[in-house]
Design a protein around this ligand. Structure first.
Ligand code: ADP
Ligand code: MG
Length: 399
């Protein structure tokens, strides 16, 4: 068989007594130093456990938030280290530095099966610059490199790309699973294939929309981006969020869908209010006739019903982006309805995107979904057919 192969843990051989640098995506939401959702940490556990069982000692590393290249205690990964330790039932030392003598000292104390965590990679400006010197410093700490940070795979950063060229490198189990599932979705999804897109900005997702039209049978559009579709076709959307400068792109996407026989389903009704606040008075109004002084903040009950019908008939489902401002209870029913339909559907379901996963967790519907993609931007770019730098560097040609 010839083609390209994603290197996995098997390709690293015997890791007993070896030190392994493991790039994780521990970019979890924090409030006042407390982790509010540890889904990303839990998702990294299978790889960590497997490497510990194999007798390796682990140097975990991740970015967290946007500290802009300098140490900032608000973005310390210490709370992450504590949580990883709790979940593993072992002590995880968070070293107060990213590279240098302090890190080497921590590392030298590691026994097989031990786990330590480097400080936030983005405390060093060389991380986001994909700096080769920084990658050398990271690589010098370990004998092998494992990348399990699918959520960062679309970024050409030092701990994602440059370091993978300096050590025997492979994908962790989470990265491997993400690539396998999304490759199937991109290249050979069972039909009917239905994609549901929402969220705030249509401009963020136009490339994904364009690529998905070539693959899906139906595209359901909710969230604020629906208003650009409705308004570009002449609908009255009141004060809802629209991106006028994208109307031409939106119309082009609609034309392309028409030509290919792909159904674009837009909301029929929306829940609107004068402003997005929990105590605003709200009304359900027709999506194409929103009163001038109101903003559309969720899809309405009829839309949920119609979206749910399409979702129930799908063999494959991909969902990214909430249907409304689900963070506010009065505007959460649309997202809850779609989340319920996705999790109840018999088709194979994949959900990606930080806010979409947060919605699933909030409504306690995680269990019904077949694959939770930890990477929002990364999963969309992957489905677009783009080569992700963090994945490409782990591939090898096989003959
Ligand atoms: P994800 O993180 O799942 O990829 P996005 O980040 O694209 O999703 O979008 C999520 C945000 O979109 C949420 O904060 C939500 O409040 C917002 N949103 C959804 N619908 C609307 C709307 N009608 N008006 C304003 N904001 C919206
Ligand atoms: Mg988001």
């Amino acid at each position: 068989m010839s083609g390209r192969h994603l290197r996995t843990l098997e390709d690293l051989g015997d890791l007993s007594g070896k030190r392994v640098l493991v790039r994780c995506d521990f970019n979890v939401p924090l409030e006042g130093g407390k982790i509010t959702d540890d889904l990303r940490i839990r998702a990294a556990l299978p790889t960590i456990e497997e490497l510990r069982k194999a007798g390796a000692s682990l140097l975990l590393c991740s970015h967290l938030g946007r500290p802009k290249g300098k140490p900032d205690p608000r973005f310390s990964v210490r709370p992450v280290g504590s949580r990883v330790g709790e979940l593993l039932g072992t002590e995880v030392v968070t070293c107060g530095a990213v590279t240098g003598g302090e890190v080497r000292q921590c590392r030298d104390r590691l026994q097989p099966g031990d786990v330590m965590l480097l400080e936030n990679l983005r405390f060093d400006p060389r991380e986001e610059a994909n700096d080769p010197g920084f990658a050398e410093e990271l690589a010098s700490l370990a004998d092998a490199f494992v990348d399990d940070a699918f959520g960062a795979a679309h970024r050409a950063h030092a701990s994602v790309v440059a370091v993978a060229k300096l050590l025997p490198a492979a994908a962790g189990r989470l990265m491997q699973q993400e690539v396998e599932v999304l490759t199937r979705l991109r290249d050979s999804a069972a039909k009917p294939f239905v994609a549901i897109l929402g969220g705030a900005k249509v401009s963020d997702k136009l490339a994904a929309i364009d690529a998905l039209i070539e693959r899906v049978d139906a595209l359901l559009i909710g969230g604020a981006m629906a208003f650009s579709f409705l308004a570009a076709a002449g609908g009255e959307v009141g004060r809802s969020l629209v991106e006028r400068e994208r109307f031409d792109d939106v119309r082009a996407a609609v034309r392309k869908a028409d030509e290919r026989g792909v159904v674009i389903q837009l909301p029929e009704d929306v829940v609107a209010a004068p402003e997005p606040s929990a105590d605003a008075s709200r009304r359900t109004v027709p999506a194409r006739e929103i009163p001038r002084d109101l903003t559309g903040l969720d899809i309405g009950p009829r839309s949920v019903e119609e979206f749910a019908r399409t979702i129930a008939d799908a063999a494959t489902i991909f969902w990214n982006g909430p249907m409304g401002v689900f963070e506010l209870e009065p505007f959460s029913a649309g997202t809850r309805g779609v989340a319920t339909a996705v999790s109840a559907a018999p088709g194979y379901s994949v959900v990606g995107g930080g806010d979409s996963l947060a919605a699933l967790r909030k409504f306690d519907l995680v269990g019904g979904v077949d694959h939770l993609s930890t990477g929002g931007g990364a999963s969309l770019e992957f489905l677009e057919g783009k080569e992700l730098p963090g994945v490409a560097v782990l591939m090898e040609d096989v003959r």
